[in-house]
Design a protein around this ligand. Structure first.
Ligand code: ADP
Length: 435
């Protein structure tokens, strides 16, 4: 064991040895020869230990170190202890790595480590099952060479952003739907996370089909009830005042249910239908002029000031019916939620960033905590007020879905008691060039 500095002891021994050899040599009249011989013997002694050290390191330094004396005992002992420390640390790290791998293997989602060049470095068991990569054959291969779905290739080529995800069929089994996320980490590595969403997709599909079927089935009985109530309410039937009031209520509710069924069917069409062909061009300015007139008619005696600000005559590549439905929802809401005499402005602007359709009102406004949830189905700030205005609670959900079909998005700004601004942002690709 190394307790103190061995050098003074060692140097002392050498000095004594050489002095003794010098003394004996001097006595014999061969001082220089005796010193040379002593040095040679000393060196030989050192070589013997160097050879032992080399043999020990080469063979297996896990065994006990060779026996040494003096300085060499300290050297052997020091190296041995250092190696033991390294071995313990390596064992601990190995156990940690093993535990980490086991835990990542236990994760049901596929986890795949990609280096800066997009080559696969490591993955867990679930990634083998979901993506079909094989260890170790595929190590170092690029994932986009293996998973050649066009959307996946584009996704891999895009800037990694953990908030973005992609739903694609699994490469080995198209029945299996995967939700893919790319998370950047370290210098420029990426972590690919693949989750099996087949069941979720099926449930979602079932929900959509159920809503569409129920809405469809409700339509006929509703039409019958509404028609009968209308016929009964005719003046020649001579109904009493209370009976007429009752029928009025039936008609009001069947009308509301009809609107609900229409909105539900529209939503389900938007969810399941294909994206509209890019061919049609909509004259937005023209559509807004018609919408402004419609808004004035809707306002009626409430006499809102409807303003139109058309800054561009450029149109949109979109389906005219869908666009009208989205825009009119926003305009109708503005009229419904703005007190009599208030102002509703319809604005159409285009620039290099794309186009914007905004509806600005001086209405009741919306408290900030409601804004993020407004586009959820059936979300209403004030249920009573919405029902009174004839709202279904689906209008903004429809707007969001329609805009999504054109890679556009809805921005909502509002101040309670002052008014709101609903703005639809369209990307430049959706806007027609200046004529
Ligand atoms: P609804 O059919 O109830 O109007 P929407 O989906 O169109 O349903 O709107 C959701 C909710 O958002 C409404 O219930 C209302 O509370 C609020 N809202 C929508 N537009 C406006 C607006 N212009 N001003 C104030 N509140 C609004």
């Amino acid at each position: 064991m190394i307790h103190d500095n061995p050098w003074p002891r060692t140097l002392r021994r050498w000095c004594y040895g050489l002095a003794l050899a010098g003394l004996i040599g001097w006595g014999l009249g061969l001082a220089a020869e005796a010193l040379a011989l002593a040095l040679a013997l000393g060196l030989l002694w050192q070589f013997r230990y160097i050879a032992r050290l080399e043999y020990w390191l080469r063979k297996d330094s896990r065994f006990e170190p060779p026996h040494g004396r003096g300085l060499w005992e300290d050297i052997f002992d020091g190296i041995y202890r250092m190696q033991r420390r390294h071995r313990t640390r390596r064992r601990r790290l190995g156990a940690l790595l093993h535990a980490f791998r086991e835990s990542v293997d236990a994760v049901p989602d596929g986890v795949l480590v990609l280096d800066e060049g997009g080559e696969m470095r490591w993955w867990n068991d679930a990634a083998e099952r979901l993506i079909g990569v094989r260890w170790p054959q595929d190590r170092g291969r690029r994932l986009d060479n293996l998973y050649r779905h066009p959307e996946m290739v584009n996704f891999m080529a895009s800037e990694p952003d953990e908030s973005r995800n992609l739903a694609v069929p699994a490469p080995l089994d198209p029945e299996l739907m995967l939700d893919i996320r790319l998370v950047p980490y370290g210098e420029s590595q990426r972590l690919l996370i693949a989750r099996d969403i087949t069941r979720l997709r099926k449930l979602e599909e079932m929900r959509r089909d159920f809503v569409a079927n129920v809405s469809h089935e409700l339509r006929t009985p509703l039409t019958v009830v509404h028609g009968l109530a209308e016929t009964l309410a005719e003046p020649e039937n001579g109904l009493s005042e209370p009976d007429r009031d009752m029928l009025g209520l039936v008609l009001q509710q069947t009308r509301r249910m009809n609107r609900l069924v229409d909105d539900l069917l529209m939503l389900s069409r938007l969810e399941t239908g294909p994206r509209p062909a890019a061919g049609e061009v909509v004259d937005v300015a023209d559509m807004l002029r018609a919408l402004a007139e419609e808004a004035q008619a809707l306002s009626g005696a409430r006499a809102h000031q409807i303003e139109l600000q058309i800054d561009s005559e450029r149109g949109l590549r979109a389906d005219a019916n869908e666009l009208r439905s989205a825009f009119s929802n926003l305009v109708h809401n503005a009229v419904h939620y703005t007190p009599a005499g208030g102002r509703v402005t319809l604005q159409w602007q285009c620039d290099a960033q794309g186009a914007r359709f905004s509806v600005i009102d001086t209405g009741i406004g919306i408290a900030p905590q409601h804004i993020p949830r407004l586009t959820e189905r059936f979300y209403r700030v004030d249920r009573g007020r919405s029902t009174a205005t004839g709202g279904t609670g689906l209008g903004l959900a429809i707007v969001k879905h329609i805009l999504g079909r054109y890679d556009a998005h809805l921005e909502i700004r509002s101040t309670l008691g002052e008014g709101s601004r609903f703005c639809c942002h369209f990307p430049p690709e959706a806007v027609t060039p200046e004529s």
